[in-house]
Structure formats: structure tokens, C-alpha cells
Design a protein around this ligand. Sequence first.
Ligand code: SF4
Ligand code: SF4
Length: 436
Amino acid sequence: MARSFFGGVHPKGYKELTKEKAPVILQPKLVSIAMNQHIGRPCSPLVQVGQRVLVGQKIGDGEGLCVPVHASVSGTVVAVENHATPGGTYTLCVVIENDGRDTLFPGLKKRENIDGLSPEELIAIIREAGITGMGGAGFPTHVKLSSGLGKVDTVIVNGAECEPYITADDRLMRESPERIIRGLQVIQKILRPKRTAIGLENNKPAAAAAMKQALPADMELLTLKVRYPQGAEKQLIQAVTGRQVPPGGLPAQVGCAVFNAATCAAICDAVYDGLPLIRRIITVTGQAIREPGNFLAPIGTYYSELIEAAGGFVKAPDKVLCGGPMMGIAQHRLDCGTIKGNNALTCLLENKKSSYEPQCIRCGKCVEVCPMHLQPVFLHRASTKSDLAKLEKGNVMDCIECGCCAYTCPAEIPLVQSFRRGKQLLRAQKAKEAAK
Ligand code: SF4
Ligand code: SF4
């Protein structure tokens, strides 16, 4: 059955650029691995310049809400310094010159059977493997699992991949369905849900067929209507279970936990092969790219190397985005390395630029499409005036930055930027109050 949720939009998909391109394995010359790729405290580097490192070796870790990072290639550390990252900030990175040998760290431990492992032991393995949500948010997976113990009755795998242009998860589901299922069985062993469902949009028939073939009897495969942002956590929960996560709430409050398909595959690699999260499929696409495609790239691969592997630019792009065109972050330089949550690099031509100052015409279209039931038109006015009371009353913190309102706005107002600013203002005010 095809299911959906309130609001949303139907942007053109452009998935045909890469959906038939199987991932090409990349061996970059250099990788730049950020010490802060997740929500939480950054890692401290555990290696020094000149040190030889091996694939899967831990190179950074920290206390508290933190997940370790690992060498994604074997070679020599050539720098430990601040570098640009896709989030637009400078972060401490470990730069490794790849020796091309792909030598595995000898400490990695394979497991044939996990029957004797407790949920806590499995969660510890997942933490040590540095696994974070690979759909973009970067939330530490071990924290999501431990906070869901005893609370979750429904586990949902997000295979929607609703963002235009991106086909990384589509290819993963076609090529490695058994890894996703095995990772999901580990999650089942930890959370013991009554129901386990895999949701994907009905524009991925090959992925659906591959997943169906690997599907055990205690899991459901659900096809969802193609509607952006079907893959947003709260919208997926609503489409699959009919439950609504309350404003400001978490999925566990309604008994749900959502995991990206790539995160499930990473859990399988960690638990059975002892392999940390060191590589992922990334889609390199957009009209500015000569040969758009999918690449299995070590974490930290420079954007410049990815673009070179995809044949370079046809023409200088107007916009380069980490991610897709709806939620992606604009990049101003190509000498930064990929991070764990980075599923695409989208390089676009013809970025429409208005020659006039955008003015709201009060058409209300943004309200009709907001999947979070917000009032973007009023939030934008509040943000412009730095009216913190109205921003808070209007629940700006619930904005998932999906970009539906900006996509539909006839005045082309940069609404998402406006809400990001509004959120920053509110966070700053709260931090000030807490410091009093
Ligand atoms: S206000 Fe936020 S959640 Fe609503 S449509 Fe705009 S970006 Fe999406
Ligand atoms: S869609 Fe744009 S022009 Fe229309 S009400 Fe919303 S902000 Fe104003």
C-alpha cells in the first residue's frame, strides 16, 4: 500500500542521472578525516604527524556524547590541523596520505555468531565502530539504541531517499540488501520491537525487489508515495504507523526508532566483520558534472577527488551542495573531506538569482506544504525582526529545514536561511539565560 503524510512537495527527481550507476570503488590520494562528524563532543586525535596508520584503526575518540573516528585508508598521517568541512566550519582533521595498499588494522575482530552477546555488549560494539546516523543528522547510533531500550515497539528503516538527485541508498539496497537486513536483525536483538518495517518510495522498484528477496518473515516492506520529505523521521513515522511525534518530541516517545538503510549496513559490518564506519556510497551528481555516478569512497575523500572521478565539471557550477538541492549545504571550496553523514555532492548550473528584493505576497503556499504544520510566512517575519517571542511561539525549533516552503514560495524568499538564523537567535538566548 502507498502511504504518505501532511504537506510536502513534488520536486523533479533527476535520479535518472545516477540510479543505474553501480558504485565505483575509489582509492583517493589523501583523506581528511574530521574529528567532529557527529552531534556531540568532538574527538581528540590519537595519532601524530608521521605515524603510519591502517584501515579501521581508531584515530580519534573522546568522553561523553562522542563517537570515535577511524582511518579510512592505510598510509601516513601528514597533518593534524584545522581544515574546512562540509558544514562550512573549520574543524580539527587528521590528513592521511593513502599508500593504496588498503591494509587492515589487525585488531579488527570478526564474529560468526552473536547469540551470546547482550544488548549492552552490541551497543558497545556499535559505539566503538563510530557509527552515527548516515541519513545526514549524525546522531550517535549507540545513544539512539540505548535510549530506546524498553521504550520502542516499532523499528523503521528509512530507505525513502526522497531528496532529488540522490541515489546512494537506492544502490545500497540493490547491491547489499543482506547487509541491511543483518544489521536490522542486530537492532531487533537490541530493541526487541513488536514490529519492524522498511519504508521506501515507490520510485525504486529494483531496490524494492532486492530487499523483498532478502526479507525475513518478521519484517515488512512498505512502499510509500513519492512525496518530499517522505524520508524525514517524523513524516516517515506518521506514514508507517499513523503516530505523530509531538512538537519538540523524540520518536521514542511514540514507541518508534528510525534507522537509515546505510546505518543498518554499517551495523552489520561492525558486528560481524569488526569493521568500523570508514566508507560509504556517495552520489556525485548534477548538471555541472560530466559523468554523474555513485562512488564507494573512504570517509574523508576530498570533494575535488570525487569530482575528478566523476569526469570533472562540464562547466563551472553555480552551486555545489553537500547533499541534495532541498536540504544540502552550499560549499564554497572543494578541499574538504566527506563525513559519515554525507550521501551526495550535487553540482548545479543555472542557480536562479532574482534581480529584485524578495517580497512576501501572502499567498499562503508555504503554509500548505509545511509537513511540520508550521506557519513559515509568520516565522520569516519574526526572524527578520529578531522577534524571539514570536519565533518561540511559532515553534521555529520544530522546523526540519526540509525546504518545502522555499521551494514553493513564488517570491523566492530564502526561508530556510531565515529559520536557521531564527534558531540560532533562540539558542543564543537560551545559552545566555543558562549562564546567568
Ligand atoms: S518551515 Fe521548516 S519544516 Fe516547514 S516547510 Fe519550511 S523548511 Fe520545511
Ligand atoms: S509562499 Fe512565500 S510569498 Fe507566499 S506567503 Fe509564504 S513566504 Fe509569502
